[in-house]
Design a binder for this molecule. Structure first.
Ligand SMILES: [Zn+2]
Length: 240
């Protein structure tokens, strides 16, 4: 079993610690800030052996060098992006290992040109960075709407019970937009109510699952990239 725990960072980022008890290995996904990740690992008695990056943005990779210096870990990240301290270049089909768990890398460009997802399908977990959020998706900074639409579809094609670990706590704002985009959806209305309650209680709304996103994420549900592009533009100017 892979244990995954959140480490809140900055105002709304999540760094994820991934621990395999059998081997005592721990990976840290997207350490934008080293201090909280190192502190949480230490608190749990875990030693970080790997950094995995989904993309190059500073709030995901800015702590790489400090984590590497503190632990001597290896750093893996997208082959085509500028990743601080990168030892292992990742691209479509690359394999990741932690203990006996094997993950595969899929290219999901759009938010950034080289963005990757880290998928441990057997363990039922996937790290999707800033490409898919709960009930939403990342902004298209470096790629095209076509690419982003395809990238979301690739995540949505994973097994429906796979847990998705995203890079930010944006769920409430996304849920409000989803309810606006699909006013007739009772699944979205119910999830919005649930998310409002969770945030009011100070709870983290992640991880989500592939199945939940298929049912309640308008960006995943858009039928083609043109509809996706219209939704993305509408969300960019939406004030909830
Ligand atoms: Zn980003």
């Amino acid at each position: 079993m892979l244990q995954v725990v959140p480490v809140p960072a900055f105002s709304d980022n999540y760094i994820w610690l991934v621990h395999d008890e059998a081997s005592s290995e721990t990976a840290v996904v997207d350490p934008g800030d080293a201090a909280p990740a190192l502190a949480e690992a230490e608190r749990r008695g875990w030693t970080i052996t790997q950094v995995w990056n989904t993309h190059h943005h500073w709030d995901h990779s800015g702590g790489n060098l400090a984590v590497k210096e503190a632990t001597g870990c290896t750093v893996a990240g997208p082959a085509t992006e500028d990743i601080p301290g990168c030892d292992v270049a990742l691209s479509e089909g690359s394999e990741l290992r932690i203990g006996d768990h094997r993950g595969r890398v899929i290219d999901i460009p759009g938010h950034t040109a080289g963005h990757v997802a880290l998928v441990f399908e057997e363990a039922g977990v996937a790290f999707v960075g800033d490409t898919m959020f709960a009930m939403g998706c990342g902004k298209v900074f470096e790629g095209t709407p076509q690419q982003m639409h395809r990238s979301l579809q690739r995540i949505a094609e994973l097994r429906e019970d796979v847990k998705l670990y995203c890079g930010h706590e944006y769920t409430l704002s996304n849920a409000r937009f989803a309810a606006h985009a699909e006013p007739g959806s009772s699944a979205i209305a119910e999830r919005l109510a649930r998310v409002e309650q969770m945030r009011a209680d100070g709870q983290i709304t992640l991880p989500t699952t592939v199945g939940e996103e298929r049912a309640t994420n308008p960006f995943v549900r858009s039928s083609d990239w043109q509809e996706f592009a219209r939704l993305r533009a509408a969300k960019d100017s939406f004030r909830s």
